[in-house]
Write a protein that binds this ligand. Structure first.
Ligand code: TMP
Length: 238
């Protein structure tokens, strides 16, 4: 089994390690939670396990059933996963189906308003700059991705949204919005990387509209751990 060697990087929610295979890394999910680009800090007990298992499950499904290439290789333990080595494209790719969060604030559209079609937003990944929103022209002008890469990213992203929206609907959950990240493998192929979890998606119960995601932490709504546990239960059963 692959083993962790030198730690390459510690992010807000995960650590990344080298392995003895130069093309494979191990990501290790932590219980640390931050919001507002690290200005709010806390711990969500058990979150690392939920995010690791949920993200792996969804990436496997996306790969097998929707033809989306992902970084997932093998789940090694509750918190550790073997992934393909990528360099991350420095963009947060955000899809929205229902107005919420910064979209509602920016455009004055009340939270919960169904959008007429899914929207796509890009933010430039930079903690110092607070991840500013940007458009495709900014991305090409600054060289954060090429036109071809961006076309691939947009195509994959809408396919991921269609797949996940239908998947969660069957679990009685509305996929309000989510953020994904892509990476380049050493040969330049674009693949889905990072994670898909309650940290990076808004999940609302379709009937009660109860929030089952990290907004419970961001907005001090309480029952944060319960929300993560409930998402696990809906996906994997008891
Ligand atoms: P927003 O409404 O705050 O822009 O968030 C949109 C989606 O992106 C939401 O599902 C939460 C997710 N998200 C992240 O994963 N990381 C972030 O740093 C932010 C701001 C949002």
């Amino acid at each position: 089994m692959a083993e962790k060697l030198e730690q390459l990087y510690e992010g807000k929610a995960k650590k990344v390690y080298k392995t003895d295979d130069e093309n494979l890394y191990i990501v290790s999910y932590k219980d640390d939670a931050t919001a507002f680009n690290g200005k709010k800090k806390g711990t969500i007990s058990g979150k690392g396990v939920v995010n690791n298992k949920m993200s792996n499950y969804l990436m496997r499904k996306l790969q097998e059933e929707a033809g989306i290439p992902t970084h997932f290789v093998e789940e090694l333990s509750d918190r550790d996963t073997l992934v393909k080595r990528v360099s991350i494209v420095p963009l947060e790719v955000i899809v929205r189906n229902i107005a919420a969060g910064s979209f509602s604030k920016r455009f004055g559209v009340p939270e919960g308003t169904n959008l007429l079609c899914p929207t796509l937003e890009y933010c430039y990944k930079s903690d110092e700059l607070d991840d500013p929103m940007c458009n495709s022209y900014h991305i090409l002008a600054c060289g954060w991705a090429t036109k071809e890469e961006l076309d691939t990213i947009a195509d994959y992203t809408f396919r991921i949204n269609a797949y996940l929206k239908a998947f969660f609907k069957k679990l009685n959950i509305d996929l309000v919005d989510f953020k994904i990240e892509f990476g380049r493998t050493p040969d330049g192929t674009i693949i889905l990387a990072d994670e898909i979890s309650p940290d990076t998606c808004r999940f609302w119960d379709s009937e009660t509209h109860e929030k089952l995601d990290k907004d419970r932490f961001r907005r001090d709504l309480g029952h944060v751990e319960d929300a993560y546990r409930e998402m696990m239960k809906r996906i994997f059963g008891e």
